[in-house]
Design a protein around this ligand. Sequence first.
Ligand SMILES: Nc1ncnc2c1ncn2[C@@H]1O[C@H](COP(=O)(O)OP(=O)(O)OP(=O)(O)O)[C@@H](O)[C@H]1O
Length: 335
Amino acid sequence: MAISSGWPIQPSAPSGAATIGQPVLSIENLSVHIGPARILQEVTLQVPRAGTLGIVGESGCGKSTLLRAVLGILPGGATVPKGAILFDGEDILTDCAATVRGRIGYVPQDPYLSLNPVFRAGDQIFEVMRRHAKGSRADHKAKLIELLRAVQLPDPEAALRKYPHQFSGGQRQRLLIAAALACDPALVVADEPTTALDVTTQREILGLLRQLTVERGLSLLFVTHDFGVLAAVCDRVAVLYAGQVVEHGPTRAVLDDPQHPYARMLLACHPDRATDLGGIPGTVPAATAQPPGCRFHPRCPLARAACAEAPPPMLPLGAGRSVACPFHAEAFARA
Ligand SMILES: Nc1ncnc2c1ncn2[C@@H]1O[C@H](COP(=O)(O)OP(=O)(O)OP(=O)(O)O)[C@@H](O)[C@H]1O
């Protein structure tokens, strides 16, 4: 059974937009360690200009760490033994990080925790614009009012003077989307931006995000653990397991016919498809105890000795798809 987004279908990106020119963001062989935790291993991904890439994976697979690396806010003690993150050709991991960061908008996960309760909403966004956007305060105000209209927040003038507690959760998330767009970013990074919201508000916010990215030609890097949300928002998807990308391709193709054993088993657990509640045998390894080779091999029904020896290369499958498993075509029975 196909996984439906459950959300109203939103306008899709202009034809061919996902493949135009250089990617806006290119993550190349990125490994991130924090102390003994080997969190990301040789992650390679691209966000197309005016395209949307979703990162999907279970809790603890490294989604937030990947976003933090892109935003230049890895925690103290983090090291990057390998790799690069190129934004418009500039390496975010080097000194130009501060300049680059102003051109990346961020929509956080929890609208209740992301605004300072003691400052007016407008002042908090003006402060970000003062640091990163050109123009006077009057220019910023005109721009912000236009954005608050675009995110469909009623009475934008009054909204600027309100404190965070005077908004609902959905309204706060609209405010945060406006804030993310305030400095004219080329890329918006969103970290599960609807998990704290009720289902109806989730639909509205996802629809809005999709509409704004299409209308404004923005690129979107979107993290979620929810395949339905992914189907609603993202043109392309990368499936992450224990810090390794195991499959990458157009969202519809991956959801309809996943190739990596992990992606197949994960999708089989989705409520739209599940025939039992068996789940995937075993547990996700701790970041301090990652198995060698393919990190999924201890749980994989197709595993053999070679899988424990070295991480499998990404194999191109055509039509923009790739999978990190040389045995992906073999059928398996779920344990
Ligand atoms: N500061 C840290 N120090 C040590 N280990 C960390 C640190 N931050 C994260 N980790 C570990 O890195 C792994 C990935 O964590 P991360 O938060 O990136 O995953 P995630 O996919 O975003 O999870 P969730 O969906 O639950 O937010 C986990 O095993 C986590 O315990």
